[in-house]
Each structure stands twice: as structure tokens, then as C-alpha cells.
Design a protein. Structure first.
Length: 487
């Protein structure tokens, strides 16, 4: 991604700050199309995962159309997701094309197949890969939705791939009744920090979930579908939710306060219902909103996924992840070869000189990248290779321009104003940055607001860590005992 010029950021910051104070959209019930276009442009400019200079934005009656081109599929997906989070956006039409650069179809097929073989997540054999002009199609059978998802992500991350059609079939299980699936879907929506209390109706016919009702923005619509997709025996999700701006008025301002016993039950259920997890060996303990995960999982990807599932449950303050990844024993030189292959063929970090070293299954990464996203992405790539026990990520983020702590503080504050989830409480959130560490303080109404504020801060270029001390009304936790104050 091209490095943003500091002068441009300064000019944009001045314009945005003025609009924050005076824009009629912030005072009225709804933004105008011009307001929405401005905020989407500003948000994409400040997202280090997207080169916004190559993306055009147009808005009509709250529907945003994105056009232009990016270097990889991941950047296109991030652009769409962040646009959907902007206040006033009712939907996004993504016409961004992927200009991944030419690579022979035979080479692409070879790389995708090898990355699938390298993966610790995918055990199924017989996945077929076909590439035509950089458009990859995956066919065959897999044993789980976890493998289905991982194969699609791996193919989309290969340099030279323009599009992925994931036509893999998940082998059916014994099956459950539609009523059981419906009960689980309703409960999952109630547990999720972003969909809790939304007026969503769930119906199930022959394993196909249909969602009806209304939500406040396009992001919540996608979130609801993602929340129920991974429930056992769900064949497909029909998302018929309407996006209505006024729906925000119907959402309860405060969250229910679950007891430790109720929260423990909710986290266990969330882990148990996610098809991508082998959750039988995960132990969950809870104390005043602190969730501790102990036990073992088959690979590092499931370790990350278990933590994410737990964090997204209403009532969870944060998660301590003590899970141990059980990995296949492999020789260090073979692991190193596979890690190096995955790094060099990846669309996000393949252009950087990243050196892996492996000792007793522990991978140490060294090198330079431009963004924190690239650093973390490289770490995840290495962690998901078969035989990797642990990753020590010593990659240095070598940005050309570094914003001052004062500039970062202003930027995070402005981004909280853009965001649909946090704009209602942005005046209640205090932001300070010291040495690139952002600290959030204050009292918000909903767990979704607390979680999203943390995401907004960590995705701000120049911020490398977030100390999220936000409290949720109705919860009285000893936050200071659990957080280490940044030095």
C-alpha cells in the first residue's frame, strides 16, 4: 500500500475536525449522501490495509458504491467492511476490481494446492483447484466448515489471484431438527455483542436459516449472518434483513448484566456451536467478566478462533487465552521451507524480505514491513503451517512517516465519530496516546461500543497497542487490577 503523505493527513484532519463540529449530518437524524461519501473516503484514507487513492466512492440514498482497483482480494474486502461501518450507510455495492498482476494459471494452481497442503487446519484430501485468468475455483469435499473457510482464505491470499469461487461441499453430519437449529441461532444472536437486542426473526426450513426483521446498518446485517452461519448443521443462510436508519431507536441502551455462571454458560455454548472448533477440550472459567480459556486445540488457527468467539459474547470484558496447540511433529527444515513458501507467495506480505528461522517447531520471524497489519498477518501465516508450535514475531514496522501521539489521539477521536457503533457515545470516550499506545477511558452503553472502539483504535495507522479501559454501564469490574498501565 502506498504510504500516506503527512501533509495530506494534516489537511484532511483539519477538514474532518471542522466537519465534526459543524456538519449537519451529525446533528440531524441522518447523514446526507454527501456526508456519507466524505466519511467513507476519510475512513479508507486512514486504513493502512487499503490504498484509498485507487478507490472511488459514490453515494445515493445511503447506498455506497465502491469502484477502482486494489492489489489483492483482502484489500477489497476490508474496503467494503469499513465502508459498511460508517454512520448512515444502508448498503454497499462493491465494484472494486483486483489487479493482482499477471501470474500463469498453472503457477497459481500449484501455489494454492501447496498452501492448502501446508495448512494445519485442512486435513481433507481431494480439494481440486482450477485457475482461469487468475480466477480460482475450488471444488471437492471437506469434512468441516473450518476447512471450507480456510481453503477459501488461502486461495484468496495468493499473489496473482483476482477472484475465488469456493464451491467446496461440506460433508453432511447426522443432522439435527430445524427447531434445534433455530433455538441455537436465536441464542447466538442474543449472545453476540453486535446483534444483541436487535429485532431479528429466525426461521429454519430443511437446515436453511432465514433472517427477517430490521437492523440499523449494513454492518449489522452482515454480522447477523456471520453469527448464525457456523452453527452445527446449517446448510445455508438467507439474509432478508432490512436496513433501516430509524432502527437504532429501538435498540435497548444498556446491556443485561450476566452473572459469572451465566457468562460461563454462554461462552461454552458459543465455543460448542462453532463448527470450526473442536471445543470438547476447552475449559472455560469466568470471574467478573474475565474469561480464561484452558485446555488444548488441534492447531493455532483454532486457538485464535476460540479467543475471538469468547470476546464476542455479551458480558465478556476480555479473554486470557491459555490454550495449548497440539501440532504434528515435523522436522524444523521442512517447517521452515513451508513457512517461507507461504510468506513469499502471499499477496499481503510477499513483497517483503521476511526471514523465518525454526528451532523445535518454534518460528522466529525477522524483517521489515510497512504496517502493523502486515506484521500480524505474517505471524498468522506462519502459525498456521503444519508443525508450528509457536511464533515469535520480531518483524519491524518500518513506516516512512510516523504521526505524533497528539496526531494519533486526534485521529482516533475522529474515527470514533465516523463509526456507526461508537458515534452515539464518542463524547463519552476519552482517548490518550503515549509512545503509540492508545488508552481508552470512559463509560459506554453497550458491549458492542466498547469492542468497536478498541478495533477503531488498533486499526489506526501508527497505533501498535490498545489499553481498552472503557466500562459498560451496569458492570462494576476492577479494571485497574487487570490492565498494565502503559509506561
Amino acid at each position: 500500500m502506498n504510504t500516506k503523505k503527512k501533509t495530506v493527513i494534516a489537511v484532511m484532519g483539519t477538514v474532518i475536525l471542522g466537519l465534526t463540529l459543524s456538519a449537519p449530518g451529525l446533528a440531524a437524524d441522518r447523514f446526507t449522501d454527501a456526508d456519507i461519501t466524505f466519511w467513507v473516503k476519510a475512513a479508507l484514507r486512514q486504513d493502512e490495509r487499503v490504498d484509498a487513492s485507487r478507490i472511488s466512492i459514490a453515494t445515493s440514498e445511503g447506498i455506497v458504491t465502491l469502484s477502482g482497483d486494489v492489489d489483492n482480494i483482502t484489500a477489497r474486502e476490508y474496503a467494503e467492511r469499513e465502508a459498511k461501518k460508517i454512520n448512515g450507510v444502508l448498503g454497499v455495492i462493491n465494484q472494486i476490481t483486483v489487479g493482482a498482476g499477471w501470474r500463469s494459471d498453472a503457477d497459481i494452481e500449484l501455489v494454492v494446492r501447496r498452501r492448502i497442503l501446508n495448512s494445519a487446519v485442512i486435513n481433507s484430501e481431494g480439494i481440486r483447484v482450477k485457475s482461469v485468468d487468475g480466477n480460482v475455483t475450488l471444488t471437492g469435499d471437506v469434512d468441516s466448515w473450518s476447512e471450507w473457510e480456510e481453503a477459501g482464505l488461502l486461495a484468496g491470499g495468493v499473489r496473482g489471484v483476482n477472484e475465488v469461487a469456493n464451491k467446496l461441499m461440506v460433508l453432511p453430519t447426522a443432522g439435527r431438527s430445524d427447531q434445534e437449529i433455530k433455538n441455537d441461532a436465536v441464542a447466538a444472536l442474543a449472545r453476540d455483542v453486535y446483534t444483541n437486542n436487535l429485532p431479528i426473526t429466525v426461521t429454519v426450513t430443511d437446515g436453511v436459516i432465514t433472517l427477517t426483521g430490521s437492523v440499523g446498518n449494513a454492518f449489522e446485517k452482515d454480522r447477523a449472518e456471520d453469527t448464525v452461519r457456523w452453527i452445527s448443521d446449517v446448510r445455508r443462510v438467507n439474509n432478508s434483513l432490512d436496513v433501516n436508519w430509524i432502527e437504532r431507536r429501538g435498540v435497548r441502551a444498556t446491556e443485561e448484566v450476566p452473572s459469572d455462571v451465566e457468562l460461563q454458560r454462554s461462552v461454552r455454548t458459543e465455543l460448542g456451536e462453532d463448527w470450526r472448533l473442536s471445543g470438547s477440550d476447552i475449559a472455560v472459567s469466568v470471574s467478573q467478566g474475565l474469561v480464561v480459556l484452558d485446555g488444548s486445540v488441534p492447531n493455532n488457527a483454532e486457538k485464535r478462533l476460540a479467543e475471538k468467539d469468547a470476546r464476542d459474547v455479551v458480558g465478556v470484558g476480555w479473554v486470557t487465552n491459555n490454550l495449548y496447540s497440539q501440532v504434528d511433529e515435523r522436522e524444523d527444515p521442512l517447517i521452515e521451507i513451508d513457512v517461507r513458501f507461504d510468506l513469499t507467495t502471499d499477496s499481503t506480505v510477499g513483497a517483503f524480505d521476511i526471514t523465518p528461522r525454526v528451532v523445535n517447531g518454534i518460528v522466529t520471524l525477522a524483517g521489515n514491513v510497512h504496517t502493523w497489519h502486515q506484521k500480524y498477518h505474517a505471524g498468522e501465516l506462519a502459525a498456521d503451517v503444519r508443525g508450528v508450535r509457536q511464533v515469535i514475531n520480531n518483524i519491524v514496522v518500518a513506516r516512512t512517516n510516523w504521526e505524533s501521539d497528539a496526531e494519533l489521539t486526534k485521529e482516533i477521536t475522529k474515527r470514533l465519530t465516523w463509526n456507526w457503533t461508537t458515534w452515539f457515545v464518542n463524547d463519552d470516550i476519552g482517548v490518550t496516546v503515549k509512545n503509540g499506545v492508545a488508552t481508552l477511558t470512559g463509560d459506554v452503553n453497550k458491549w458492542a461500543q466498547r469492542k468497536e472502539a478498541g478495533d477503531v483504535a488498533i486499526e489506526t495507522p501508527g497505533v501498535w497497542k490498545v489499553d481498552n479501559r472503557l466500562t459498560v454501564k451496569g458492570f462494576d469490574y476492577p479494571w485497574d487490577e487487570w490492565y498494565t498501565k502503559p509506561s
